[in-house]
Ligand binder design. Structure first.
Ligand SMILES: Cc1ncc(COP(=O)(O)O)c(C=O)c1O
Length: 371
């Protein structure tokens, strides 16, 4: 039997044709396809967009753009992908691990409040599993402590807030990931989204080694020869091949990927509703486009994980608490909710090619395990 995969890239003929088209133009670097991808994303998000070659690069550049530097502190939820943390330490700043809310897995602002110091410059809320963090509480928190907000929206492409503003259309700086398994993929990729004109101008140059206004030259199929550089830059720009894939995926998103992910999540919630020892997160899947489908397994999580593996079903754990990783650890730090939650987390397969039959099979494994 073919394994049921936890996640996968869903790539069709249109993406393949697009890659061939880009190749036949014989320019694979950053050019017109990147410009088109940025324009389409900007139209979709109703905001300014700069694309880069990963979500991690987007977070890193966003942090650099607001002047994050050695010794500064950034509030981060412990339960997130390690990329959020690595982006902070790449600037020399210190990620300050905060506990998470048990119902949403969003950063716990009460715990974050205790951790604010004179060195705190920013907060990175993570829209865990695609579910947007409460925007009003985040805004009043950041205003109260005069913090910049860099939203890690890697999971949340296409999700909307309860007032129906799309994630990325409002807020300070928002970062997306388009890696191979995200809600849309460009192979690898990411985006920085903001209304802040100085951040925008900075990241446009910083993604191209800090070369001033090279973006404009590249979009004209040229490059700058006599140029000026006045700050640190990085080689983070996106290639035409990646942008071409992204353009097709964006076109497919609303009618295909978004609907499929939402339907699957609603079906899982229903199928799991009467199974002992299992809890779903209370997420409104009409507003959220889920990137992953984590559940809480209240006992024997690791044994259930083994049972899935015996049945050829890939499952995951999103994520190991980052404050426990030696590079980021503050040895005495205890974050009780993150640590307790971690022991129960298990992510079930979620991608647009999962069938309802697969879901029934997956849920039967859990039911049988606990019967
Ligand atoms: C929460 C979170 N933040 C950041 C990233 C980084 O994105 P990328 O893999 O595109 O660098 C990811 C990717 O998985 C993620 O899940």
């Amino acid at each position: 039997m073919k394994p049921i995969k936890l996640s996968k890239s869903v790539i069709g003929n249109k993406e393949k044709e697009m890659v061939l088209r880009v190749m036949s133009d014989e320019y694979l670097g950053m050019g017109d396809y990147v410009r088109q991808f940025e324009l389409k994303l900007a139209e979709y998000l109703k905001n300014n967009v700069v694309v880069v070659n990963s979500g991690t690069a987007a977070l890193h550049l966003a942090l650099v753009s607001i002047g994050m530097t050695a010794g500064d502190e950034v509030l981060v939820p412990s339960i997130t992908y390690v990329a959020t943390y690595q982006a902070v330490t790449a600037t020399g700043a210190i990620p300050i691990s905060c506990d998470v809310d048990l119902n949403t897995v969003h950063i716990d602002l009460k715990d974050a409040e205790k951790k604010v110091t004179k060195k705190t410059k920013a907060i990175i809320p993570v829209h865990y599993a695609g579910s947007p963090m409460d925007f009003e509480s985040l805004s009043s928190f950041s205003k109260k402590y005069k913090l910049r907000v860099i939203e890690d929206a890697a999971h949340a492409f296409g999700s909307v807030y309860p007032n129906l503003n799309r994630v990325g259309s409002v807020g300070d700086i928002i970062c997306f990931s388009f890696d191979g398994i995200k809600n849309i993929t460009s192979g690898e990729g990411g985006a920085i989204v903001t209304q802040d004109k100085s951040v925008l101008a900075f990241v446009k140059d910083a993604r191209l080694l800090g070369i001033q206004k090279d973006t404009d030259a590249r979009y004209e199929g040229k490059r700058s020869w006599a140029f000026q550089v006045n700050h640190q830059g990085f080689r983070y720009h996106m290639s035409n091949i990646f942008a071409g894939i992204g353009l097709v995926q964006l076109e497919r998103f609303e009618s295909e990927f978004k609907v499929k992910r939402q339907v699957l999540a609603i079906a899982y919630t229903k199928l799991l509703s009467n199974i002992d020892n299992v809890e779903c997160f209370d997420i409104n899947f009409e507003h959220t486009v889920p990137h992953i489908f984590p559940i809480k397994v209240l006992k024997n999580r690791d044994e259930l994980k083994e049972e899935f593996s015996r049945n050829n079903v890939e499952v995951g754990i999103h994520y190991f608490p980052n404050h426990k990783l030696s590079y980021f650890s503050d040895s005495d730090l205890c974050l009780p909710k993150s640590e307790a939650l971690y022991d129960t987390l298990l992510s079930l397969p979620l991608h647009p090619e999962i069938s309802h039959k697969d879901q029934i099979f997956i849920c039967k494994i859990i039911k049988k395990f606990f019967d």
